[in-house]
Design a protein around this ligand. Structure first.
Ligand code: FUC
Ligand code: CA
Length: 756
């Protein structure tokens, strides 16, 4: 694998100093230091932004459970509140006017570095976030003895508005003090009674360390190791969702103090090299699994320059590989078992009131977060979402009961399934909205359980299917069977339907049976039947699904040759915004498998629809279109979206911009590039299904396909020359390269190579 690094010759600016903005509409600032320039590292438990400043360095810490509810009122005008940052540390050296400055983030090792020369001394700071030891590690070294001196404090000592008491019940308060040579932040966030604690320790070689009044001072050390860990009393279980009193969702007895202290103590017993070795072993066991090589060139210029060049149409494929791998890096850093799922900003947040509350938005955003976990060989990264689902499913049942009781009382029974609406958080889930006014319909729930179908398809993890996957699919199918209305011609349509967030004449448009709902219901039933078959289940409900699935009419073609978004639409754009960011009528093309190459007419209609919608939109929308074009197997059009995403949607630190920063666009991009190189949704593996002319020769390894297969391929002149497939499940392999379709029985654990 090539070496992939983000490199900069200047630190992240502190511009936009108010890092605790309470109105996220003001946060789209072009030179924002945190959002556009800082470098993110993380271990699934916490995220850290490194600014790389020499005089006053800043580390900004995020822990995803430290949250207020999402709130829409005058105080949170953008409809926000939600996640709050954990804290910041400021490391002050007074090193101004430095020489030979450079900072970087190496993706192969998840190591961040800042280097510079100050008064003839070369300084090096190295940072990583270890998952196995749950600790944020910083080492500072210099090429002269006794050169390392600094003070380190948390923001409260700088009078930043860390402590809020504003009478809205959403305050956060903490004590910051030094104890046994450690810096301790111990506090409480009021609304959900969240107890939090963070502990930082400085270990110096040579020199002196003193810890007093919340400030650590290091004088004349040869080198220094800084360790930090944090936690809250959050516990992912049914109680947190089912308990209605916000003050009782968490247990005070789960005080994180003990765990945090023990974690820090264990980490302090290890040397920097030991910590790094353990980190690297863990991290590279995930990151190293998938590689794509679209060019022989590596371009080692600073990333801001690289991006500038790319924007000038110097489309270096190294940049495309870098952004692809960055998505994988970000997913490994933000979503690991034991931690919370990746939210709208992954695990990085600088706000007290973050954009869209840093929630789990279920009408495309959180789903997109997990697309690359499946096809780029990071299945474990999806486990936090499974845990999350298992915690909230009790509430999802209550919501289904309520919805059916209110809007379909004639269908109410003792099993109404589960309902998953758009908004999701770690302490609550939104109810399905009033179907006559809400911006998205019941189909969002099916969009969510599609993730479970994919997870099983890629991993063939039968335990998962038995314990979680099938139940989720079935229960969602149950709900969706109760919201239908039979039409005169026998068609079953979602009675109250909305195409996510689509507006007509500036108002949400409500109808019956829009494409999004019909396709999602069809998909959910289809996947439920497939899962039932895999588990050998056949009962009255599966019989009902079999009998009725063909009455759903999920895809209709209109007079412009388009896939209709609404049944009553005649020509493209008759109803709704023509360029709307959601392109919900194609949800059956990706991530669904309703619109496939089996029906050429559908694919043609999908392409017409994509062209009419246009390429340019928000970050995640661009990423969705990249996946959609890949599924139509038009490599050059998919590549247009690669170019648009990289040149128009990325900040200097390669974070994807809605704007503001939303991580879904990064993840959707990575999934999309993989989808151009390998597909497996049509009952066979398609190698290089959407290869653009630009990538005429290259190779990939470790991309994953449905059926438990892992695929490597090499190609020249846009034709595959060699393919190797590893079979984890021992299923029959059907694989297509160009026009040849090969079939091969496989055994578990064996690799099959085809020279073409
Ligand atoms: C969906 C999108 C918005 C935004 C929000 C977080 O509702 O339509 O563009 O991404 O999620
Ligand atoms: Ca917030």
């Amino acid at each position: 694998m090539k070496d992939y690094s983000l490199i900069y010759k200047k630190p992240a600016p502190f511009r936009n100093d108010d890092l605790f903005l309470r109105d996220h509409r003001k946060c789209n600032i072009p030179e924002d230091g945190w959002e556009r320039w800082s470098l993110p590292i993380g271990n699934g438990y916490m995220g850290i932004n490194i600014f790389g400043r020499t005089d006053e360095e800043r580390f900004l810490i995020t822990e995803n459970s430290l949250s207020n509810p999402c709130s829409y009122n005058d105080k949170y005008p953008g409809g926000a509140a939600g996640l709050s940052n954990f804290c910041s540390f400021y490391l002050t050296t007074g090193h101004n006017k430095v020489k030979n400055y450079s900072r970087s983030l190496n993706l192969n090792s998840a190591l961040c570095k800042t280097e510079y020369t100050y008064k003839n001394v070369r300084f090096l700071r190295e940072h990583f976030a270890s998952y196995p030891d749950n600790v944020f590690v910083t080492r500072i070294t210099a090429d002269k003895e006794k050169a390392v001196s600094f003070t380190l404090k948390s923001e409260v000592s700088l009078n930043r508005p860390y402590l809020f008491e504003e009478g809205d019940g959403m305050g956060k308060s903490a004590e910051i003090f030094t104890e046994d040579g450690t810096l301790v932040i111990r506090g409480k966030m009021d609304y959900y009674n969240i107890l939090f604690e963070g502990k930082l320790k400085v270990i110096a070689e040579g020199g002196t360390v003193s810890a007093e009044n919340g400030i650590i001072s290091v004088k004349e050390a040869d080198s220094v190791l800084i360790l930090f860990t944090c936690g809250t009393n959050y516990k992912s279980d049914g109680r947190v969702f089912l308990e209605k009193d916000p003050k009782k969702k968490l247990d005070e007895k789960n005080d994180p103090h003990k765990k945090v202290s023990e974690t820090l103590k264990k980490a302090s017993a290890l040397t920097y090299n030991e910590l790094f070795t353990r980190h690297l072993k863990d991290y590279s066991s995930l990151f190293g699994r998938a590689d794509i090589s679209l060019t022989d060139e590596s371009v080692c210029i600073p990333t801001d320059k690289l991006l500038k060049e790319y924007r000038k149409k110097n489309y270096t494929s190294y940049t495309e590989e870098l952004v692809f791998q960055y998505g994988r890096y970000l997913l490994i850093s933000s979503s690991r078992p034991g931690g919370r799922p990746a939210n709208l900003q992954g695990i990085w947040n600088r706000y007290d009131s973050s954009p869209w509350s840093s929630g789990y938005w279920h009408n495309i955003n959180v789903q997109m977060n997990y697309w690359p976990s499946f096809n780029t060989n990071l299945h474990e990264c999806f486990l936090p979402y499974i845990e999350y689902f298992n915690a909230y499913k009790g509430l999802a049942k209550e919501h289904a009961d309520e919805y059916i009781r209110n809007y379909f009382p004639e269908n109410f029974s003792d099993d109404n399934g589960i309902a998953v609406a758009t908004g999701g958080w770690l302490y609550d889930m939104e109810k399905l909205p009033d179907p006559k006014t809400g911006h998205s319909g019941a189909g969002t729930g099916a969009f969510t359980v599609k993730l479970f179908d994919d997870y099983y398809e890629f991993t063939r993890d039968k335990d998962f299917l038995e314990n979680t996957g099938y139940e989720a699919l079935r229960e969602m199918s149950v709900l969706l069977s109760k919201i239908l209305e039979k039409q005169e011609d026998g068609t079953l349509l979602s009675k109250y339907s909305a195409s996510p967030e689509q507006c007509h004449n500036d108002e949400y448009y409500h109808t019956k049976g829009c494409a999004f709902d019909q396709q999602m219901i069809f998909q959910c039933w289809k996947d439920t039947l497939k899962a039932a078959k895999a588990l050998g289940i056949s009962d009255s409900f599966t019989a009902y699904l079999e009998e009725n699935i063909d009455k759903l009419s999920p895809v209709l073609i209109g007079l412009s040759g388009q896939i209709k978004e609404f049944r009553e639409e005649r020509y493209y754009g008759d109803i709704g915004e023509k360029k709307h960011r959601h392109i919900s009528q194609l949800i059956g093309l990706y991530p669904g498998d309703i619109i496939t190459g089996e029906n050429e007419e559908y694919i043609k209609a999908a392409q017409i629809t994509l062209n009419r919608r246009g390429d340019r939109s928000t970050g995640w929308s661009t990423a969705h279109k990249l996946n959609l074009w890949a599924r139509t197997k038009n490599g050059n059009r998919a590549y247009d979206l690669v170019k648009t995403a990289v040149s128009k949607c990325m900040a200097t630190n390669l974070w994807d911009l809605h704007p503001p920063f939303q991580i879904d666009g990064n993840f959707g991009f990575t999934a999309g590039v993989a989808e151009m190189l390998l597909q497996s949704h049509e009952g066979f593996i398609d190698v290089l299904p959407a290869l653009p002319d630009k990538w005429d020769s290259g190779s990939f390894s470790g991309l994953t396909a449905r059926g438990g297969f892992t695929v490597d391929a090499e190609w020249k002149g846009c034709k595959a020359t060699k393919i190797s497939v590893f079979s984890a499940a021992g299923e029959t392999l059907r694989i297509k390269a160009g026009t040849t379709l090969l079939e091969q029985k496989t055994e578990k654990g064996k690799t099959y190579t085809f020279n073409l």
